[in-house]
Design a protein around this ligand. Structure first.
Ligand SMILES: O=C(O)CCC(=O)C(=O)O
Ligand SMILES: [Fe+2]
Length: 196
């Protein structure tokens, strides 16, 4: 039963992700006929995670999840009613904005892959989670990421518009190794592909 519900949730979420990506990618000037192949490459792997954050007596001393951006294309995040998810407003040091739980609503996060492929037009969301002293919290993110052997780099149309590429082409497996090989510090992971 649980398996069926999870698979159904995954399937409908992925359909939604494809629709959102189609809008975002065609907005960059990619012809619609070319968009589905690009989208399939961006979301070659799908992962459903289940996060459990126990109640913590000293929330100010703990980090639920430290500041980071997700590495894939888009993340679909379902959170319960507890709250504690923050997203950083663009700019060096914040401010951080709480994303309050809204019953029946999902949070969609842009990930690093979409930032790189759009040549920086769509920025990945830096976010973090704090725990609370009273209640435990559960969240269920669906990550969509390229397959390890997929090359990712700025789309030609995005580079044409901007005049030059801001990111180099990387094998996603190398991006991932760098992402997990270093302590998360905000969006530092993007430096790996950034052209200086
Ligand atoms: O628990 C959340 O709301 C977000 C979790 C998260 O950012 C992640 O798993 O990447
Ligand atoms: Fe995340």
């Amino acid at each position: 039963m649980f398996r069926e519900v999870s698979l159904e949730y995954l399937k409908t979420s992925i359909n939604m992700v494809k629709k959102i990506l189609e809008v975002l990618i065609t907005k960059l000037g990619v012809p619609i006929e070319e968009s589905s192949e690009i989208i399939e490459a961006m979301i070659g792997l799908k992962m459903v995670n289940m996060n459990y954050y126990p109640a913590c007596p000293n929330p100010e001393l703990t980090v639920g999840v430290g500041r980071h951006s997700d590495m894939g294309a888009l993340t679909v995040l379902l959170q319960d009613g507890i709250g504690g998810l923050y997203v950083k407003i663009e700019g060096e040091e914040g401010p951080w904005m709480e994303i309050p739980p809204i019953s029946g609503a999902l949070v969609i996060n842009v990930g690093d892959t979409l930032q790189i492929m759009s040549n920086g037009r769509y920025k990945s969301a830096e976010h973090r989670v704090r725990t609370t002293s009273k209640e435990s919290r559960v969240s269920v993110p669906i990550f969509t990421i390229p397959k390890p052997n997929q090359k990712i780099g700025p789309l030609a149309q995005a580079v044409d518009r901007d005049g030059s590429p801001r990111y180099r082409e990387v094998l996603f497996q190398h991006y991932m190794a760098n992402f997990f090989g270093n302590a998360h510090d905000g969006k530092n992971s993007l430096q790996f592909a950034h052209i200086h």
